[in-house]
Design a protein around this ligand. Structure first.
Ligand code: ADP
Ligand code: ZN
Ligand code: ZN
Length: 758
């Protein structure tokens, strides 16, 4: 890392027109500026044949000249006034490149939104055309006629003077047809604007937000923040509180303080949790200073939003991980809700994690960072334990909502008693009971890791790698027969398929196959009168499907919602009093070291869906491994106990956060070239890093060795120190550079502390 700062040459870009990040030019750093120049600084350089002096930004420093040294020109001057926004974005890009491995161009593109000369898209918005009194009467009428979508829209239009059409159709679940009906009847008016001003405008007379009296637990966080903020102490908080314990309310109080100080705020919320309810809470409180980015915005729209932030028209930016790169002039705070979410890790190069990147950003601007979760990531809790974060716990739910009662059902016992159905007898009875009471049911199928792993139906035994403590993955043989193999994708260990359970001798040892579709089918057979909705990858292909299904369920258009992990987030359903988890341990057998953590998170969150209102909730967890610690502790809603066992495992096995891991993914259409490069890289690294005790594992086949005719191999590096792994990455990059010609058809990507296997 230090090395980079001592370079004698600087790669400089002269134009961040955003059209495309142009190629950098290399300049020499004269002795008079030695040690002063950093990535992100604005400098003056002689350019072109005339050597006209122009401005440029330093992207990176290096010791290696790319051209004969005598041909390089020198930097002439360093601009006064420190690092500008552009500069700090470039500095962040340089950090991303170094920390996660990527090209500078890819890092720049991550950080700077692309300006596109597209015609401004038309923005449609809705407002009332009738008087308020009339609207209220209509609202009553719609409610009486059970025209729920219309009622919902009317309700919101009484609240907000103006609502974007897209928000209404996507997040509020009102169809275009319903809207045009209302427009025809002259009840609602549609406006078309050519520029995007404000996504939402509050109705001036009807502000809903009123200050809440904070609970003691909430107040403690807010007071600590006020104190630390005043004293200019470093603020890194982790807020651990179950859903409904009032975290969002705390964020908003803290945000208020920071705004009052003249600073700006970024609020990260995973896309799936960016619901209408959440967004309008922020709009209600902070009005027009709030803006939102999400992945559905076009590049141009995103650029617009960022430009508004830069100009100071927006002071709170809400969005998923890309919102991190909002170019605020005076950023004071980053809030990261649901900090444990996997979507905070980028799945394209540079594979940055929003949590670490947020830390880097607040380090640079001396801002505060507040993380929140009901089930903190091991990373965050570990850092809290080490004192890097200050931990606050919110233990109680507000508004008289109770924690649900949880039952665990042992599926092995069910089988013994002759019940081969997907539903245990307890779950079946509970469903019947809710149908009778006209309450709602959510059934959740944990489908992570569903594809490959093999388990015994009689005893729950899962076939695992003897070296890695992860389950083996089924690889189909190349021939037509059943000559498949079981493979460990961490170390490459292979064994024959099993036909009899090594533990109990049962022949019911096979891959798990009940999908959501089969469950829906079964439900229709068992409960013919029940109205069933299904939500999974198949039923949510189109952009708005997700919200549509959720709002249909929320409107009580169905009794039972069946789905994959998608259903555990987002909306509150007040009538849901039973949550069934059909096969809790499917994610336990996923072939990666985060399996137990994921299972715990999913179960805790799924359980949290029951009993969100005054009605008491019940949860039935069906499992083959009722004694597994992730299931036991999820059933008891005991995060601490889970954390203690899980961190012990990570310490012993050397997995993050106790140690760090670097995944090196090698892909090519040329199988031989990819494998040989893997062997070469792994060999060279083993040799070079033996003394430093970096463990290099592999190369091995990826979980799926061939995708779209591309062969995939993987090497893992493991070490206590992240910095050591950065050195491994740098070393590999140099090797690749030196073998550029031979490795043209092979792509190599780096993934630090990977969230998913490869
Ligand atoms: P979380 O973000 O932890 O899920 P929220 O902040 O959304 O929790 O709070 C859950 C519910 O309780 C919301 O409806 C919120 O308006 C309400 N609430 C939060 N804090 C208070 C309070 N101090 N007094 C009354 N209601 C509150
Ligand atoms: Zn068995
Ligand atoms: Zn292994």
């Amino acid at each position: 890392m230090e090395k980079n700062l001592k370079g004698s040459y600087a790669n400089i870009i002269v134009d961040i027109s955003h059209e495309k990040v142009d190629r950098p030019f290399q300049y020499r750093i004269p002795d008079s500026f030695a040690g002063q120049i950093q990535p992100g600084m604005k400098v003056q350089i002689p350019f072109g044949r005339s050597n006209k002096l122009i401005d440029g930004y330093v992207m990176e420093l290096t010791d290696k000249p790319e051209y004969p040294v005598e041909k390089l020109k020198s930097i002439q001057a360093v601009a006064e006034g420190g690092i500008s926004i552009e500069g700090s974005q470039i500095r962040l890009a340089a950090w991303l490149k170094r920390t996660y491995g990527s090209t500078m161009i890819a890092a720049m593109k991550t950080v700077l939104p692309v300006k596109q000369k597209v015609k401004a898209a038309e923005k449609k918005s809705l407002r009332l055309k009738v008087e308020k009194e009339e609207a209220k009467k209509l609202l009553l009428e719609y409610e009486q006629k059970h025209q729920r979508a219309k009622a919902r829209l009317m309700n919101e239009l009484l609240e907000y003077e103006q609502l974007p059409y897209s928000l209404v159709t996507s997040k509020l679940g009102v169809t275009g047809k319903t809207i045009s009906g209302l427009v025809e009847k002259q009840i609602v008016e549609m406006q078309v604007e050519s520029t995007w001003r404000n996504p939402v405008k509050l109705a001036e007379t009807n502000q809903k937000w009123e200050k809440k009296i904070l609970t003691k637990e909430q107040q403690a966080v807010v007071d600590a923040f006020a104190e630390d903020y005043k004293e200019k102490r470093e603020i890194r908080y982790l807020l651990h509180g179950i859903t409904g314990s009032g975290k969002t309310e705390v964020y908003m109080e803290i945000i208020e303080q920071v705004l009052r100080d003249g600073k700006e705020v970024i609020v990260l919320i995973p896309e799936i949790a960016l619901t209408y309810q959440t967004l309008t809470r922020f709009y209600n409180r902070f009005g027009e200073q709030v803006s939102v980015v999400n992945s559905k915005l076009s590049a141009g729209e995103k650029y617009d939003q960022f430009l508004r932030a830069k100009k100071g028209e927006v002071r709170i930016m809400i969005g998923p991980r890309t919102a991190l790169f909002t170019p605020f002039q005076n950023l004071g705070l980053i809030v990261m809700d649901e900090e444990h979410e996997g979507s905070y890790k980028s799945d394209t190069t540079p594979r940055f994690h929003a949590r670490e990147t947020a830390e880097e950003i607040v380090r640079n601007c001396q801002g505060a960072l507040v993380l929140g979760s009901a089930t903190p990531s091991l990373e965050a809790y570990y850092r809290a334990g080490k004192g890097s974060y200050r931990l606050f716990t919110l233990k109680n739910r507000l508004e008289g909502a109770y924690l649900p009662t949880v039952y665990t059902v042992d599926l092995r016992e069910e089988l013994k008693q002759g019940n081969r159905s997907i539903f245990s007898s307890r779950l079946k009875e509970a469903i019947q009971d809710r149908l009778q009471k006209k309450q709602q049911v959510m059934l959740f199928l944990n489908r992570r890791g569903y594809a490959g792993f093999i388990s015994c139906r009689a005893c729950g035994y899962v076939v695992k790698c003897p070296h890695c403590d992860v389950s083996l993955t089924h690889h189909f043989g190349s021939g037509r027969g059943r000559n498949g193999k079981l493979v460990c994708h961490y170390c490459g260990y292979e064994r024959e398929e099993v036909t009899l359970c090594p533990e109990c001798g049962s022949k019911y040892i096979l891959g798990f196959k009940a999908g959501t579709e089969q469950i829906e089918q079964r439900l229709r057979e068992e409960f013919p009168t029940a109205r069933v909705l299904r939500m999974d990858g198949d039923t949510t292909r189109k952009k708005d499907d997700y919200e549509k299904i959720l709002s249909a369920f929320s409107n009580e258009e169905a009794d039972i919602l069946v789905g994959t992990q998608m259903i555990v987030k987002g909306h509150d359903f007040k009538k849901v009093t039973l949550v069934g988890i059909l096969a809790a341990d499917l994610s336990l057998s996923a072939n990666d070291y985060r399996a137990a953590e994921r299972t715990f998170q999913l179960l805790t969150q799924a359980a949290g869906r029951a009993g969100r209102d005054k009605l008491p909730g019940e949860v039935v967890i069906q499992t083959y491994q009722p004694d597994h610690y992730s299931i036991v502790h999820a059933a008891n809603q005991d995060y601490e106990a889970f954390y203690r066992e899980e961190i012990a495992f990570r310490e012993i096995a050397g997995y993050p956060p106790a140690a760090h891991m670097l995944g090196i993914f090698i892909q090519s259409r040329e199988q031989k070239a990819a494998w040989e490069l893997g062997e070469f890289l792994a060999g060279a690294c083993k040799e070079a890093f033996r003394k430093k005790k970096v463990l290099i594992i592999g190369p091995a086949k990826a979980t799926i060795e061939k995708v779209n005719d591309t062969y995939r191999y993987v090497i893992y590096g493991k070490h206590k120190e992240y910095g050591q792994l950065i050195e491994v990455k740098d070393f590999m990059e140099e090797l690749l550079e030196s073998k550029k010609e031979q490795t043209k058809q092979v792509s190599v990507t780096f993934d630090f502390d990977p969230m998913n296997g490869f």
